[in-house]
Design a protein around this ligand. Structure first.
Ligand code: SAH
Length: 219
C-alpha cells in the first residue's frame, strides 16, 4: 500500500487504532465492524485540508454543503445492518465521500450506492478505486427511488434524513431484510431500524441522530 493510502503521522494506522478504541468505548462491539474501520483509511475520503482530523470522532465537510458521517455513526449503522446475519446485496442511499460505502463493502456481498450530487460521486469513485474495492456499484440518481433494477435488497442503509421513510425503499427491501435510516427534521431526528417480515414492517427507533436532509432530485 502506498504512503498516501497507508497514512503517516495523524493519518497513520496507529491513529486509526485509537479511533477504533474510542468506538469500542462508545459501545461498538461487532468485531467485523471494528476491523473494517481499522482497515479503511478515512483520511483519503476527506479534503486534504482535513486529513489530519480524519480520525477524530466528528463529521467533516466534503463540499457542496454535505458532510462525511461521524465514525461512530458509520460504525453504529453498519452494526445495526449486519446484526441480522450475512447480507448479499445492500443498497446505500447517499454515497457522499464513499467512506461508509467502503466500510460496508468489507462486510457484505455487494454494495449498490446512489448519490444525487454528481461531483461528489465522481470524487467517491476515485477514492474507492484507489482502495481497489471491486464489489461496489455506484449510480448518480435520486435515492428516494432506490435502485429498482438490483432489488430486492437484504439491507438498505440511508445516510441522509427523510421526513418519512420513502415508499420505494420499503418496497425494495427483501422479506427478512433490514433498513437503517435516520428520520425527521434537523434537530429532531431519530435513527430507525426497520425489519421486513412476511406480515409487514417492524420499526424500531434506535437513538437520536444528526444527518443532512435527504433531498429530492439530482444535482
Ligand atoms: N455516508 C456519507 C454521508 C454523506 S452525507 C459519507 O460518510 O460520506 C449524505 C449524502 O446523501 C450527501 O452526499 C447527499 O448529497 C446525499 N443525498 C441526499 N439526498 C439524496 C438522495 N435523494 N439521493 C441520493 N443521495 C442523496
Amino acid at each position: 500500500m502506498n504512503v498516501r493510502l497507508r497514512g503517516i503521522g495523524m493519518t497513520s494506522p496507529r491513529t486509526r487504532e485509537r479511533m477504533v478504541n474510542r468506538l469500542r468505548e462508545l459501545g461498538i462491539r461487532h468485531p467485523r465492524v471494528l476491523d473494517a474501520m481499522l482497515n479503511v483509511p478515512r483520511h483519503i475520503f476527506v479534503e486534504d485540508a482535513f486529513a489530519s482530523r480524519a480520525y477524530e470522532d466528528n463529521a467533516l465537510p466534503i463540499g457542496f454543503g454535505q458532510t462525511i458521517s461521524q465514525p461512530y455513526t458509520v460504525a453504529r449503522m453498519t452494526e445495526l445492518l449486519i446484526e441480522a446475519g450475512p447480507l448479499r446485496r445492500v443498497l446505500e442511499v447517499g454515497t457522499g465521500s464513499g467512506y461508509q460505502t467502503a466500510v460496508l463493502a468489507q462486510q457484505v456481498g455487494k454494495v449498490y450506492s446512489v448519490e444525487r450530487i454528481e461531483a461528489l460521486q465522481d470524487r467517491a469513485i476515485r477514492s474507492l478505486s484507489d482502495l481497489k474495492l471491486r464489489n461496489i456499484r455506484l449510480k448518480h440518481g435520486d435515492g428516494y427511488l432506490g435502485w429498482h433494477e438490483y432489488g430486492p435488497f437484504d439491507g438498505i442503509l440511508v445516510t441522509a434524513a427523510p421526513m418519512r421513510l420513502p415508499e420505494a425503499l420499503l418496497n425494495q427491501l427483501a422479506v427478512g431484510g433490514v433498513l437503517v435510516a435516520p428520520v425527521g427534521e434537523a434537530g429532531n431526528q431519530m435513527l430507525h431500524r426497520v425489519t421486513r417480515t412476511e406480515a409487514g414492517y417492524e420499526t424500531l427507533p434506535v437513538e437520536p441522530a444528526m444527518f443532512v436532509p435527504l433531498l429530492p432530485g439530482t444535482a
